[in-house]
Structure formats: C-alpha cells, structure tokens
Write a protein that binds this ligand. Structure first.
Ligand SMILES: NC(=O)c1ccc[n+]([C@@H]2O[C@H](COP(=O)([O-])OP(=O)(O)OC[C@H]3O[C@@H](n4cnc5c(N)ncnc54)[C@H](O)[C@@H]3O)[C@@H](O)[C@H]2O)c1
Ligand SMILES: [Fe+2]
Length: 386
C-alpha cells in the first residue's frame, strides 16, 4: 500500500446506468441547455439499428438533431474538424456521441472544438485544452474503451500513420448514459476484443506505479466482473445480464485508469494500431499475456491477486508461481472468447519492430509500468506475440 504520496481522484462525468436509460435522453439534453443535437455515430452502429433507437427517443420528445456519421474505426483527426463545421453550420449547441470508442472519442473532440480555437491537433497531449467545450452526452455501444467517462480522445492521423491522444478533464462528457441493451447487437468477435480492452485497462492500472487506493478498488471490481461475465457475453450475446455486467465493468475499469494511465500493452497498442490497423481491443488482447509475463517481477503480489480474482487456487504456491498463474488464467480467457490471433496475422514483421518500440517508448504509459523496459524488451514482447 502507498505511503506518503498525495493522490487525486476526479470524475467530472455524471453517470446514468441501466437498461432503458436512453429513454430520458431528451431530458438530459435540455437540462444541459441543448436545443439542437449533433448526434455523432458511425455507419456500423447505424447499420445495427442502434442509431434509430436514439433518434426515436429524440423525435418522440421533439428535440431537433442532425446525424454526423462520417467516422471509421480508429477515427481520423480531420473527422473532428468536419464534425465541428457541421455543428456550426447546422446551429447545434450540444453533442451526443453514440458508439464505441471511435464515435465517442470523435464526439468528445468535436465538443471541445465547438468552443476552442484552432485545430484539435493543437491540443494533443495532456491538459492543453484552455476551455470547456460544448456540452457532451456519451452513450456507449461497446463494453470496452470506457471513453464515456475518460479524459482521452484517441485520434488517428492516417496520412502520418500515428495515433494522437488529447487528454483533458474538459474532454470528459457531462453525462454518460449507459444502456446495456444497446450492446446486444455487438457481434461476438467485437464483444471479445472490446471486453479484453476493458480487462487490459483494469489490469494495467492495477499493477502500475501510479495506481492509488480508489483506482485499485475499481480495478479489482472490474476484473471480478469481467472474469464472471465476458465469456457469457461472447457466447450468449443476447444475455442481458452479461451485457449489463460487461458495460458496467468497462465503465468501472475506465474509472480506475483515468487518473493512473496504463502500461506496456497500451504503449505498444497505439503504434501497432496506427501502422497495422489492428483493432484496439484485439491488439491489447494479443499483447496482454506477453506484457504480464514480462511485468510479473515488478509486482508479484498484485499478479498473485489477479490469479485469485480469475479463480485460480494459489494457496500453497510460492509467490512467484502464484503470480505466474495470472498469465495462464488470462491466456485461458482469451482462448475461451475465441481470440487466437497473433501480431503476424496483421502483417507485423521483425523489420517493423524497431520503429514500433521507439514510438511506444515515448508513451506516457511507459513511466508508470511496473518494470522499466528497454527498446529490446519492447521488441521482444512483440516477438513473443508474433
Ligand atoms: N477514449 C479512451 O479512453 C479510449 C480508450 C481505449 C481505446 N480508445 C480508442 O477507441 C477506439 C476503439 O473503440 P472500440 O473498441 O469501442 O471500437 P469502435 O468504436 O471502433 O467500434 C468497433 C466496431 O463495432 C461497431 N459497433 C459499435 N457498437 C456496436 C453495436 N452496439 N452493435 C453492432 N456494432 C457495433 C462499430 O460500428 C465498429 O465497426 C480506438 O480508436 C481506440 O484507440 C479510446
Ligand atoms: Fe484501451
């Protein structure tokens, strides 16, 4: 436990959670002073019929809206500026983001750019945004990123093959309206990958050097819920209780990592995602067991606790053997949810690793990792996942 360190926990976002929660959406919009909504979503969410559920609520309550749907996975930074222009030309005064991390990260950044000058590029980094944006309501449809409450927007510069992160308390939505029923249409493969992203958030925050008592408690709770419900959410997508528990777990995991940052899986996931277009949850799922095996000696007690959370009987084992059981447990979970991919399936080669490692090394997720890596260590973690 921590001694002599001041820690801070802040959650600017109000959370409304439960089946049917979107029915009160118009009330929330009006309470925030909104008169016309920019509804930011993506084509996949629309195709799944999820956008229609939300627009039905807005129409029922006579709230004008415009849909901005020009978003693809790993959203491009220019999509933010186009969305801001649509909001301005249509006279929208509030943003509702509906989707996974891609739509929500874009929606949040559009909200920022409705009141801040220049280009969203000017605000890449942490705490560089000068003023609060337009009001934003986030409605998640994947149980993974937790973007509905985080300070982060992860945006791609596709021409430069980099992902850029804007982190600011002003980037936290005003309200997260979390309705687990909206995740019922998620295909099994996306449920699995996004669920592994949520797990990686909880786990990396839990073992890292910046964790603090509030985050630790949240991480443990999120891991317990994921251990109990991810398999069911994947193999019985219609199971409302499993969907409920996964959406709540991903939210709680994000509450854990918001003030602590993450670790080497996320440090590597960002450049690997940018160069090889590996979905964010998938790349984390591929890397997580290898990162855990590398990190073990940095925090044996915590890894032993993770093994326990995932149901491994560790009594009677040495601390090191107990800690190792956490890696086996996560590998088993990955296998059970059908993730067998390797980095090489996405075209990652030995030749690419130097650049990936160099780009990962400058991530803010590296200094908090429980073990300080060399460039060669980062390359070896990738090799082990190829
Ligand atoms: N802001 C943060 O704190 C944070 C944290 C982690 C990752 N990210 C970023 O989030 C992005 C990934 O987000 P994601 O993993 O949620 O995936 P995503 O938003 O890219 O969505 C993946 C796919 O699922 C579809 N989809 C979403 N909801 C659906 C539903 N209910 N039914 C059917 N299809 C649905 C989408 O249309 C898309 O095709 C990446 O850009 C990543 O870098 C952000
Ligand atoms: Fe993530």
């Amino acid at each position: 436990m921590l001694l002599n360190r001041i820690f801070r926990y802040e959650l600017p976002t109000a959370i409304e959670f439960g089946n049917g929660a979107i029915r009160q959406l118009a009330e929330h919009v009006r309470a925030l002073g909104g008169t016309k909504v920019l509804l930011v979503s993506d084509p996949g969410v629309q195709k799944a019929g999820v956008t229609d559920k939300l627009t039905a609520v807005l129409m029922r309550d006579n709230l004008p809206f415009i849909i901005y749907n020009d978003i693809e996975p790993d959203p491009d930074i220019e999509g933010v500026m186009r969305g801001r222009d649509v909001a301005a030309s249509e006279g929208c005064d509030i943003v509702v983001g509906l989707g996974g991390g891609s739509a929500l990260d874009t929606a949040k950044a559009i909200g920022l750019m409705m009141t801040n000058k220049g280009h969203i590029r000017d605000y890449v980094g942490i705490n560089r945004v000068p003023r609060k944006g337009a009001p934003v309501i986030a409605v998640p449809t994947t149980a993974g990123t937790g973007s509905e409450i985080t300070i982060w927007s992860v945006l791609s510069d596709k021409s430069a093959k980099v992902k850029l992160s804007v982190g600011s308390a002003y980037n936290c939505p005003d309200i997260a309206v979390c309705d687990p029923e909206l995740t019922l249409t998620l295909p099994a493969s996306i449920t699995a990958a996004t669920g592994m992203d949520a797990l990686t958030h909880a786990l990396e925050s839990y073992v890292n050097k910046a964790t603090q008592p509030i985050s630790e408690a949240l991480s443990m709770q999120a891991m317990k819920m994921i251990a109990a419900s991810l398999r069911t959410a994947v193999v019985q997508g219609e199971n409302v209780q499993a969907r409920y528990d996964m959406l709540l777990a991903s939210l709680i995991a994000a509450m854990a990592f918001n003030p602590t940052r993450l670790g080497l899986a996320h440090a590597l996931a960002i450049p690997l995602g940018a160069h090889f277009h590996i979905p964010h949850g998938m790349v984390n799922a591929i890397l997580l067991p290898e990162v855990m095996a590398y990190n073990l000696i940095g925090n044996l007690e915590k890894y032993k606790e993770i093994a326990r959370i995932f149901g491994t009987p560790v009594e009677g084992l040495s601390l090191r053997d107990a800690a190792k059981c956490s890696v086996t447990a996560i590998k088993q979970l990955k296998e059970d949810v059908g993730i067998q991919n390797k980095l090489s399936d996405y075209g990652v080669t030995e030749e690419a690793l130097q650049q990936i490692a160099e780009e990962a090394m400058i991530s803010g997720n590296v200094p908090v990792n429980p073990r300080k890596p060399s460039l060669e260590d980062l390359k070896q973690i990738c090799r082990n996942a190829m």
